[in-house]
Design a binder for this molecule. Structure first.
Ligand code: NAD
Length: 522
C-alpha cells in the first residue's frame, strides 16, 4: 500500500455531483491516493477540511483561542482536517448572540419553525453523501452504516419534530389554571463523537421546535460534521444567533458553557465522568442539566428463547458502530443450559464480522475512533484474559491483515462473573461478555447489576413473559425480541446513565418551562 500527497491542481477528477460543495473550504486538497497491489487500482479521495472560523450570530468569525484541533482518520491515521480552538470570549460572544436572538425566535410562528425543520431535514438528505463520508473519515464508521444511521437518522429525527409541531399542545386547562409551556431559553449543547450528527440533532431539532436558541460544542474527535451542519443552517437562513457553533476543548469551553450565568440549560451527551463535571459546573447557576451518559446494557435470553436466534442477534446488538454505541447490549445473560449452543453460534458467526477499511461495503467493523480508545479497549480485553474469563473469539492485537489504523479484534468472553472488570465497566468497543444464570430471578439481578441503566434486551417465545421481565429492568429502554429503535420513543438513562430524555415528545419537553397561571374562581 502506498500513499502519496497531491496538490489540488492535480485532481484526477472533480467531486462527484452527489458531493455538493457547502463551504468555501471545499475541497482544499486531495489528501491520499491508495494504490492496491496487483492490477487493481482504487482511488480514495480524502478532502482536507481546515476550518478556521466559528459560527457566531449568523456569521463565520475567527476563533480567538490558541492553536487548532487536528482531526485524524482512525482507519489510516492520516490527518484529515482541523477546527479552531474557541475561547471563553468566543463563548461569551455566542451566548450574547443566542440571548439577543431568543425573544424573536421564542415567539416565532409554529409555521416558521415547521418550515425551518423541514428545510433542515431536506438539506441533510441532499448532503447525505458528504456528511456520511465525513463521519466515516472522522469516526471510522463503515460507510453503509454512516449513510443509514449517522445521517439517515438525524434527517428523520429533524422531520419528526416538524411533524410533532403540527399537533403539539402548548396549553392545558387545569381547574382555574392555565398551564402554558414556554421555551427554556439559551441552551448549551456538548456532544460526543460516536454518533456525532445524531447526538447533535437530538438536541438541535427539539430545541428549535421548542423556540430555544443554542450554542453547540461538538467533540474534538469528530467536529467536522458539525461544521457541515452549520454550513447547512447558514444556507437555509435560520435567524442570526439562533444557532451558534464553538469548537474547542471540553475542559475549557465545555465547562465554561456549563457554568455560564446567561445559559439557561445545558444538554450533555458523553462519558459519565465528564457529565459529572458538567453538573458540578452548572450547579451554582441552578440551570437545567440533562445528561445522556454511558451504559453497560444487558441482553437477556429467557429459557424459552431460541438459542440460535439469540446468538445470531447478540452480535449485531453489541457490535453496531464497532461497539462504540452507548446503548450497545454488551452483557449477554443466558440460561446455563443454553451456554454451549449460544457460544458456538457466536464463535462461528463472528468471522463474518469483518474488520477493515470502513469505505469497503463488506466491512462490518471499523477502527476505534482514536489511538487512546484503541489502547483503552485493548486494556479491557487484557483484563478479561487476566481475570480468567474464557476467550471464545478475538483477543489482543490487530485483526489479521491490518497494520494501520486504530483497530481491535471483535472479541467475545464467556464464563464472565460480576466481579470482573469487563462485566462492570463500559468498554466502548467490540467486546461482548457472556454470563449464565440458573433462575429468572437471578437473570434479573444480573441484568440490574450495573451502575448504568441505559438500554436492554429480552428474548422469549412468550411476549407477555418478556414484557414482565422488561418492566423489571432498571433501564431507560428495553427491546423485546429484537424490537427496533424508535426515533419517536424517549431515549435516556436510569442510574448513572444520566437524566432527562431525548427524542420524541419527551425530548422536546426537556426544552420547555411550565408556567401555571391562576385565574380567580367565580
Ligand atoms: P467525553 O465525555 O470524553 O466527551 C463528550 C463531550 O464532552 C465532548 O464534546 C468533550 O469535549 C466534552 N467534555 C469533556 N470533558 C468535559 C468537561 N470537563 N466539561 C464539559 N465538557 C467536557 O465522551 P466521548 O468519549 O466523546 O463519548 C463517549 C462516551 O459518551 C461514552 O461513555 C458513551 O457511553 C457516552 N455516550 C452516551 C450517549 C447517550 O445517549 N447516553 C450517547 C453517546 C455516547
Amino acid at each position: 500500500m502506498h500513499f502519496e500527497l497531491l496538490p489540488q491542481k492535480e485532481w484526477l477528477s472533480p467531486p462527484t455531483p452527489a458531493f455538493r460543495p457547502l463551504g468555501p473550504w471545499w475541497p482544499v486538497e486531495v489528501l491520499s491516493i491508495e494504490l492496491h497491489e496487483g492490477d487493481k487500482l482504487r482511488i480514495h479521495r480524502q478532502y482536507m477540511m481546515r476550518r478556521e472560523s466559528l459560527y457566531i450570530n449568523g456569521e463565520w468569525a475567527p476563533a480567538t483561542g490558541d492553536g487548532v484541533i487536528e482531526v485524524i482518520n482512525p482507519a489510516n491515521e492520516e490527518i484529515i482536517g482541523s477546527v479552531p480552538v474557541g475561547s471563553q470570549a468566543d463563548v461569551d460572544a455566542a451566548v450574547r448572540a443566542a440571548r439577543a436572538a431568543f425573544p424573536a425566535w421564542s415567539e416565532s410562528g409554529i409555521e416558521e419553525r415547521i418550515r425551518i425543520l423541514n428545510e433542515l431535514s431536506a438539506a441533510i438528505k441532499d448532503n447525505t453523501e458528504e456528511l456520511a463520508q465525513t463521519i466515516t473519515a472522522e469516526v471510522g464508521t463503515p460507510i453503509g452504516y454512516s449513510r443509514m444511521a449517522m445521517v439517515g437518522t438525524p434527517r428523520v429525527v429533524t422531520r419528526s419534530y416538524a411533524k410533532m409541531l403540527e399537533s403539539f399542545e402548548w396549553e392545558q386547562e387545569v381547574r382555574n389554571s392555565l398551564i402554558v409551556k414556554e421555551p427554556i431559553g439559551v441552551c448549551a449543547f456538548i456532544t460526543p463523537w460516536n454518533f456525532p450528527l445524531h447526538q447533535i440533532i437530538g438536541k438541535v431539532a427539539p430545541a428549535l421546535a421548542a423556540g430555544c436558541t443554542m450554542i453547540l460544542k461538538p467533540s474534538k474527535e469528530a467536529p467536522l460534521n458539525a461544521f457541515l451542519l452549520a454550513d447547512i443552517i447558514d444556507q437555509i437562513g435560520l435567524p442570526k444567533g439562533v444557532f451558534n457553533l464553538i469548537s474547542g476543548h471540553g475542559s475549557e469551553v465545555g465547562e465554561y458553557m456549563s457554568s455560564h450565568a446567561d445559559v439557561d440549560m445545558v444538554s450533555f451527551t458523553g462519558s459519565t465522568g465528564a457529565g459529572v463535571r458538567v453538573s458540578q459546573a452548572a450547579a451554582p447557576t441552578v440551570k437545567r442539566v440533562t445528561l445522556e451518559l454511558g451504559g453497560k446494557s444487558a441482553n437477556v435470553a429467557l429459557d424459552d428463547a431460541d438459542p440460535q436466534l439469540v446468538g445470531k442477534m447478540a452480535i449485531g446488538a453489541c457490535y453496531q458502530n464497532s461497539g462504540q454505541t452507548c446503548s450497545a447490549l454488551t452483557r449477554l445473560i443466558i440460561p446455563e443450559s443454553m451456554n454451549d449452543e449460544v457460544c458456538e453460534v457466536i464463535a462461528s458467526r463472528i468471522a463474518r464480522y469483518t474488520a477493515g477499511d470502513p469505505l469497503e461495503d463488506s466491512t462490518r467493523c471499523g477502527p476505534m475512533v482514536s489511538a487512546r480508545q484503541q489502547t483503552s479497549v485493548s486494556g479491557f480485553i487484557q483484563a478479561g484474559i487476566d481475570e480468567g474469563a474464557k476467550l471464545i473469539a478475538g483477543g489482543m492485537g490487530m485483526p489479521d491483515d491490518l497494520e494501520t489504523g486504530f483497530f481491535v479484534k471483535p472479541t467475545v468472553f464467556a464464563n464472565v462473573t460480576p466481579d470482573m472488570t469487563i462485566w462492570q465497566e463500559e468498554i466502548f468497543g467490540p467486546v461482548l461478555v457472556i454470563a449464565t444464570y440458573e433462575s429468572e430471578a437471578e437473570a434479573l439481578a444480573l441484568a440490574n447489576d450495573s451502575i448504568y441503566g441505559l438500554s436492554g434486551g429480552v428474548w422469549s417465545a412468550d411476549g407477555e413473559r418478556a414484557m414482565a421481565f422488561a418492566r423489571g429492568m432498571r433501564t431507560g429502554q428495553v427491546s423485546i425480541n429484537g424490537g427496533p429503535f424508535n426515533i419517536s420513543a424517549p431515549f435516556g438513562g436510569y442510574k448513572m446513565s444520566g437524566n432527562g430524555r431525548e427524542l420524541g415528545q419527551h425530548g422536546m419537553e426537556e426544552f420547555l418551562e411550565i408556567k401555571s397561571i391562576q385565574r380567580p374562581v367565580e
